[in-house]
Write a protein that binds this ligand. Structure first.
Ligand code: FES
Length: 183
């Protein structure tokens, strides 16, 4: 699986430079294990950074910023280059997600079928914006740019399960289920 791009341009050098200065050097044993395993599995293949990031995401559920120095060293890249790739792809979230992850498609086919209204409704229901996790840890809301389900737009996933032709009523029902699970 390839992480969908954020749908924007690569971050500017100044932004990345500021972020690099904030990179923490400390990793927990679990983080360190995941990072070393990813490096060992992919370091000799071309384009190794993306598969490494995917492995870390699979192991930890997020890609902590603290792993940037190790990845940069292993691949002979700058920290800015690693951070630039991480920030370009939505899936490489830096913080652990909530118990449920709602991904709403924001690309054109879904927008033309009412995705913007669904986005507003989802924000209001969850009480968070895109890229945020509720304070109670119940849910994370993320944008995605095409789920490959354009023929059944608008589309979303909840915990990886795809839903198409989502009406406001259907959205409410899905979020009600999610609320029930979160209690
Ligand atoms: S544009 Fe939403 S699934 Fe393709």
């Amino acid at each position: 699986m390839h992480a969908p791009a954020r749908g924007g341009s690569m971050p500017c050098h100044a932004c990345v430079r500021d972020e690099v200065s904030a990179v923490s050097e400390s990793m927990s044993p679990a983080m360190s294990g995941a990072v070393q395993a990813a490096i060992a599995a992919h370091r000799d293949r071309p384009g190794a950074l993306l598969p490494m990031l995917h492995d870390i995401l699979a192991a930890l559920g997020h890609v902590p910023r603290a792993c940037v120095p190790a990845l940069a060293d292993a691949l002979n890249l700058s920290r800015a280059e690693v951070l630039g790739v991480m920030s370009f792809y939505h899936d490489f979230r830096e913080h652990p997600p909530g118990r449920h992850v709602v991904k709403l498609c924001r690309a054109e086919a879904c927008k033309s079928m009412g995705a913007d209204a669904l986005a507003e409704r989802t924000r209001a229901r969850l009480g968070i914006d895109f890229g945020q996790t509720r304070a109670d840890g119940a849910a994370t809301l993320e944008p995605v740019y095409c789920l490959g389900n354009c023929a059944c737009a608008p589309a979303l996933t909840i915990d990886g399960r795809l839903h198409g032709r989502v009406t406001p009523t259907r959205l409410d029902a899905l979020l009600d289920e999610l609320d029930g699970d979160s209690r």
